[in-house]
Design a protein around this ligand. Structure first.
Ligand code: TXA
Ligand code: MG
Length: 334
């Protein structure tokens, strides 16, 4: 993981999306800062997807009680091959709809640069090339893939202007790039393109008919797949992604001690003595750092080939709620 702190910029919030403003926003992003930026659908709250600290900052700013996987924004379709396995179906859809309000879910490259927290521990990745010229210019200048959910507090409506973002997120977002009103006003269409047949995961500006016209065949929904007969596994749909990353090892929560043969996922400075595999979510007890490390550390300890991962208690304040949500699911799995 890169970086450790947010850059010390007290920005004056809304900045005009002229050449200078775009360059500043791109620089701030690349340093690990959060930038709200316009897309043709809604305003996004962006962070460098390769920087776990920055990605954790998104969840902290939105006040999300759980970590949902984020859409990763890139300036051109060619950038996707460094991040995902590109299928022929994805190539077809990208050629037809990118740049534009279409998000493609693909298999993530196993050792890709995007932080596991941005993918919420999934082995798939949602990718989008937006068409808004300000978004494209910023993404090109930032030179990093940008994770961005809609720039609103969790549970609030998606913002379609810089002012909406500032009103809703206030000081939680240090910089808002003002590129005028978003014209679509509705989030992107999400399509699972991991297989041969497109699966519509979230309806949006690009319709099922639009997609069918390009692929010349069926467009399935998650419900279709659940009814069976499609010859492929039902994919995880947005909003139904609660049960992902379950480690192979059993997870023991609220551990205040650790048994021989266990791995320890520690939190804070006051760690019980342990000679086996151990990683610390945050020595200083910082929830943002802990969130950034969560999925990566769980995965690493799982690779240590232990039966049990003992996890020290993590307080519920701030991102602690989301961390505990995920830990609870990891412990409850199977
Ligand atoms: O128009 C949009 O897509 C906007 C702009 C900012 O680009 N972004 C947006 O992000 O709507 P958000 O976080 O509000 O919604 C992301 C959706 C969630 O429903 C999430 O579950 C889904 O994308 N998603 C992300 N990664 C996924 C994956 N690997 N598989 C399935 N769904 C995924
Ligand atoms: Mg949203």
């Amino acid at each position: 993981m890169r970086g450790g702190q947010f850059p010390e910029t007290k920005a004056e919030m809304i900045i005009a999306a002229d050449t200078d403003g775009i360059a500043r926003a791109a620089r701030y992003l690349a340093q690990g800062g959060l930038v709200a930026f316009p897309t043709e659908t809604v305003y996004g709250l962006g962070a460098d997807a390769t920087n776990g600290f920055a990605v954790a900052g998104i969840f902290a700013a939105k006040g999300r009680p759980a970590f949902n996987p984020l859409i990763i924004h890139v300036p051109e379709a060619a950038a996707v091959r460094h991040l995902a396995e590109v299928t022929p179906l994805a190539q077809k859809l990208a050629a037809a709809f990118w740049p534009g309000p279409m998000t493609l879910v693909l298999k993530a490259l196993p050792n890709g640069p995007v932080e596991p927290l941005a993918l919420a521990g999934l082995d798939t990745i949602a990718l989008r090339v937006p068409s808004h010229p300000v978004a494209l210019a910023m993404l090109r200048a930032a030179r990093v893939p940008v994770a961005a959910p809609s720039a609103n507090r969790s549970g609030h409506v998606s913002p379609t202007s810089a002012q909406h973002v500032a009103d809703d997120l206030g000081e939680r977002v240090p910089m808002v790039l003002d590129g005028g009103a978003s014209d679509v006003g509705l989030e992107s269409t999400i399509v699972d393109a991991t297989g041969d047949v497109p699966v519509l995961l979230r309806p949006g500006a690009i319709t099922r008919e639009d997609i069918a016209r390009v692929t010349g065949g069926a467009v399935l929904t998650v419900e279709d797949l659940k009814r069976g007969g499609a010859g492929q596994d039902a994919p995880t749909a947005p909003g139904q992604l609660e049960s992902h990353y379950a480690p192979r090892a059993r997870v023991r929560l609220n551990a205040r001690d650790v048994m021989p043969g266990e791995a320890l996922l520690a939190f804070g400075a006051d760690v019980p003595k342990h000679t086996g595999p151990m990683l610390n979510l945050s020595h200083s007890g910082d929830a943002v750092e802990a969130a950034a490390n969560l999925f990566g550390h769980l995965r690493a300890l799982d690779r240590a080939d232990v039966m049990v991962i003992a996890v020290m208690p993590v307080p519920y304040e701030g991102l602690g709620e989301a961390i505990n949500d995920r830990l609870g699911r990891a412990a409850a799995a199977r």
